[in-house]
Design a binder for this molecule. Structure first.
Ligand SMILES: N[C@@H](CCC(=O)N[C@@H](CS)C(=O)NCC(=O)O)C(=O)O
Length: 221
């Protein structure tokens, strides 16, 4: 399998299926298509379009089978590897994992728009301003905290063992760190648990090692 992704510092959608592949030790080759200076255009767009007609990453290529969109990729992997618990085994837990993953995939627009992923940056000053000014951001964070607090064990993952659901919330953890948002003790504990997962550590280390600074993805201070 080949997983096409963009810069690890910025590409939150790429992070999600990459974490799933890594966490479950699935065999794959990572193909990085770096963002260009033109917003989602230039050489980046040309290279992505050569693989994926929808022009976005992440995209998975598995022996000629093209799978695009982070959630479809994770569902595909869960089907391809039914013996691995990419989704929780327990029925109720699996349903919850699917619901909170779908909620992340289609929601939290304020958090996503206002606090773009930027693992290397320290944007705590901006985070404080946004927190004061934007009620919809505060509402997004409150809902995420509610979801995270409902995890079965305080020192565990969202639905038991690490699953697709945790992969979907991992970029949120990096955003909460970058923007220094005020968070409950329980939320901080989950952030520590997820940040200590080897797959998350590997992605974050790679993001720090990247050199490219992409102006249009940097916050306008
Ligand atoms: N819903 C898609 C979103 C993918 C997405 O927006 N990817 C960004 C990079 S993080 C991209 O390729 N953007 C290019 C564009 O919007 O033209 C998914 O879940 O994979």
């Amino acid at each position: 399998m080949q997983l096409f992704i963009a810069n690890k510092n910025y590409s939150s959608w790429s992070m999600r299926p990459w974490l799933v592949l890594k966490a479950f030790d699935l065999p794959f080759e990572e193909v990085m298509i770096a963002f260009s200076e033109q917003p989602y255009g230039g050489a980046f767009k040309q290279k992505v379009l050569a693989v994926n007609p929808n022009g976005k990453v992440p995209v998975l290529l598995d022996e000629g089978q093209l799978v695009w969109d982070s959630l479809a990729i994770c569902e595909y992997l869960a089907e391809q590897y039914p013996n691995l618990a990419l989704w929780p085994v327990d029925n109720a837990m699996r349903t919850r994992a699917r619901c909170i993953t779908a909620e992340m995939h289609s929601g939290f627009i304020s958090l996503r728009n206002q606090c773009g992923m930027n693992i290397r940056a320290d944007l705590t000053a901006l985070g404080q301003k946004l927190w004061q000014a934007d009620e919809s951001l505060r509402q997004d964070v409150a809902r995420i905290e509610q979801i995270w607090t409902a995890r079965p064990h305080p020192d565990g993952f969202l639905c038991g063992d690490f699953s697709i659901a945790d992969a979907f919330y991992a970029p949120v953890v990096t955003r909460f760190i970058t923007y220094g948002l005020p968070l409950s003790k329980s939320t901080q504990q989950y952030m520590q648990t997820l940040s200590a997962h080897p797959a998350v550590k590997a992605w974050v280390a790679d993001a720090h090692a990247e050199q490219a600074r992409v102006a249009f993805l940097e916050a306008q201070l």
